[in-house]
Design a protein around this ligand. Structure first.
Ligand code: SIN
Ligand code: CO
Length: 375
């Protein structure tokens, strides 16, 4: 992607300008970000997804003025009638289930893959919405069908209502109001309060982001670093031959504290271990993802990553679906190209070593990638 090219998607800004001026800083309203947008998943598609096990969905309704939230899956009969106002169905991770929605998300890859999360689709009857709230992540709200009135504000008072089963602001103070039509898009940075209310039947596609939280990330990485250490041939046991007899048995020995500190310092000092753990963690497939085995013998003329595959790299490694490989030289260049472009054509594959081709075949057999005849 040319990050300096002006994009209709960003209202004529380039990706570089958008990131500098708006990302994590201030909202951006783009009229006709996707002119003539034809949503790849319509009402029946959203309902069909919400009926599936392994697809995360929620139904939010206002019944007699009270908010009610239920988790899916939902059969069609479990959903309210279309004519009933004030309900919305939200389906998470649609990019994992639908190629065109996955392709739509690719337009936002001017943000690193490590930060991109998913596309959520919400279907709402007239008046439907999830109430005024704020999210901890950035979001691009793309109007797919019908109209939605968004009220947004910087909101100082973050007090939440304690009488509802959801995160709803007690004293929402909107500063701006915009009615979005199909193809329009609203970008909101984290923490901006928003309330979107459907005006008639309405569908919104939200491109959401992953926000690593420091203590969660530390916990994930420490578990992985410890697991790696466990794989060592000889476990290193604490020894205290110098331990004197104690009169205060409950006191933790300082030598044990040093042993613990040393254990963590060693794990962190291990060359590339932290980077490896981070890459494996970031590319770990989501809990409800599985791959259908493919054909390893297929002629490798063109290779395309499966939409569910997460592939990233750093200076020393390639990561794919939670696995890491050391890579350097020509093969590393090729695999990085695959990770960035999510496909390799005939010309690129012609440069692949036997080892790289073997790996690609194995990934095709796992269903992580697919061999395709040249376009
Ligand atoms: C919606 O699409 O109804 C809600 C999206 C959001 O508020 O983040
Ligand atoms: Co929100």
């Amino acid at each position: 992607m040319d990050i300096h090219q002006s994009l209709p998607l960003l209202g004529g800004l380039s990706a570089a300008q958008f990131m500098r001026r708006h990302w994590q800083k201030k909202p951006l309203l783009v009229r006709q970000a996707i002119p003539g947008f034809v949503p790849p998943v319509l009402r029946t598609g959203v309902f069909a997804l919400a009926a599936q096990d392994g697809v995360e969905s929620r139904l939010v309704q206002q019944v007699d003025g009270a908010w009610k939230v239920q988790s899916g899956p939902f059969t069609r009969r479990a959903l309210p009638p279309l004519q009933r106002p004030n309900w919305t169905l939200l389906v998470q991770g649609v990019d994992l289930h639908n190629d065109p929605v996955h392709a739509l998300m690719q337009q936002f890859r001017f943000v690193p893959d490590a930060r991109l999360d998913d596309v959520m689709i919400s279907y709402a009857s007239d008046g439907g919405g999830v109430g005024p709230h704020f999210d901890s992540y950035d979001v691009f709200l793309i109007q797919a069908h019908g109209r939605r009135r968004w009220r947004i504000g910087r909101q100082k008072d973050l007090t939440l209502r304690d009488d509802v089963p959801m995160k709803i602001l007690a004293n929402f103070e909107p500063e701006e109001e915009h009615v979005l039509e199909p193809g329009d898009m609203l970008y909101l940075p984290p923490g901006w309060a928003h309330d979107g209310i459907a005006e008639g039947e309405c569908m919104t596609y939200s491109v959401g982001f992953r926000v690593p939280e420091r203590s969660d990330l530390a916990q994930e990485l420490l578990v992985r670093l410890a697991d790696e250490d466990e794989g060592c041939a000889k476990p290193l046991l604490y020894r205290d031959g110098q331990q004197a007899a104690v009169e205060q048995p409950a006191e933790i020995p300082a030598t044990l504290q040093t042993f613990a500190r040393d254990a963590l310092a060693r794990a962190l000092a291990e060359p590339r271990a932290l980077e490896r753990a981070l890459g494996e963690y970031l590319t770990e497939p989501k809990a409800n993802v599985w791959f259908e085995p493919g054909d390893a013998r297929a002629m490798l003329e063109q290779v395309v990553l499966d939409r569910r595959t997460r592939m990233m790299y750093d200076a020393d490694h390639l990561f794919i679906n939670g696995e890491s490989y050391r890579a350097s030289g020509r093969d590393a260049t090729l695999m990085r190209q695959l990770a960035d472009q999510r496909q390799l054509d005939q010309h690129a594959l012609a440069r692949a070593s036997d080892g790289a081709l073997e790996l690609l075949s194995a990934w095709c057999a796992d269903g992580w990638a697919h061999a395709q005849p040249p376009a």
